[in-house]
Design a protein around this ligand. Structure first.
Ligand code: AHR
Length: 307
């Protein structure tokens, strides 16, 4: 045995952290805030990860700039939540040429650019729209006029939630979508748009509101109350996301159904980044599992909601 005084050479270790650059869309909704927190906290608690975080403040041009910066910094992996589906070809080709893998988080890009990313981690937005429509049909008893508050124009979450919902509603001839307008996934715009709709001729005879996210639904609820009507009973409300405030609105009888969309994607993102670096092949779509909440089920779930 070696004498006790001899110092052993440290075992060779690769102490280099895995550097991930993440381009976030902004902070338009409670859901988005929860996603940002999940990604930042997961990175903070993992000593093997270095996160470079960039907030694009809802602008695609800022996301493109951030991705170019990540390429110049030679990060190991680029992750992004693309604000809209189109317009990524040039910058993602630059990432590909620099041999930096790209992970899409929560929103997708144009199908024709599938070769420019390794995996998409997120929800089935078409299914969310279908589930929202099924709940709405039930609340309306198969008959009524609906307002649709759409998300950001050109965002995959808005395009697919509209498709899923509208196609399902078409199966019910006595239900009509009488107005469909973007509220840009935020509460203030959702409220403004709903106020204007309630003053329009179509707005006088509305029995349902479908909002592509909870924040717009919560804005619409305010507008409906200010117009002297009862959200949840005079006008049924269905939305997507599942933030705590939406569950509280269900408990208060002002919202009827929330279709869950999971924003807690931090653990999956960094696991995927590590797997990529280890040379593993990833599924093209790492899908989230989500539920639909109405009535007592929502009230029972409220204390355990994580976002
Ligand atoms: O892409 C997911 C959507 O974006 C969420 O539903 C919404 O709240 C967010 O802004």
């Amino acid at each position: 045995a070696a004498p006790a005084t001899t110092k052993e050479a440290p075992a060779p270790t690769d102490n280099k952290k895995l550097v991930v650059g993440f381009s976030q869309i902004g902070a338009e909704s409670g859901w988005r805030g929860a996603e940002t927190a999940s990604i930042q906290e997961t990175a903070k608690n993992d000593p093997t990860i270095e996160l470079k975080f960039s907030d694009a403040q809802q602008k695609q041009e800022n996301q493109i700039k951030a991705i170019r910066t990540f390429i110049a910094q030679k990060v190991d992996v680029i992750a992004m939540a693309p604000v809209v589906e189109t317009g990524w070809e040039a910058v993602l080709t630059e990432a590909k040429n620099a041999k930096i893998p790209v992970i899409l988080v929560d929103r997708n890009i144009d199908k024709k650019n599938e070769d420019l990313y390794t995996t998409f981690i997120g929800s089935d937005f078409v299914l969310e729209g279908q589930n929202a429509a099924k709940a709405m049909v039930e609340h309306l008893g198969g008959k009524g006029n609906i307002v649709e508050l759409e998300g950001t124009v050109g965002a995959s979450a808005a395009v697919d939630r509209k498709k899923g919902f509208d196609d399902e509603i078409k199966k019910h001839p006595d239900i009509k979508i009488v107005k469909s307008q973007s509220g840009d996934f935020n509460r203030a715009t959702g409220k403004q748009v709903m106020e204007a709709i309630l003053k329009s001729p179509e707005g006088k005879n509305i029995q349902g509101v479908y909002a592509h996210n909870d924040d717009m639904a919560l804005g619409a609820i305010q507008a409906i109350e200010e117009a002297g009507k009862k959200p949840g009973s005079d006008i049924k409300i269905v939305s997507i996301d599942g933030i705590k405030e939406a569950f509280e609105a269900i408990k208060a009888g002002k919202l009827n159904t929330v279709v869950e969309c999971n924003p807690l994607l931090g653990p999956q993102l960094f696991q995927a980044a590590k797997d990529l670096k280890a040379g593993k092949q990833l599924d093209k779509w790492i899908k989230s599992n989500e539920e639909v909440f109405s009535g007592q089920k929502a009230i029972d779930a409220l204390p355990n909601r994580k976002y």
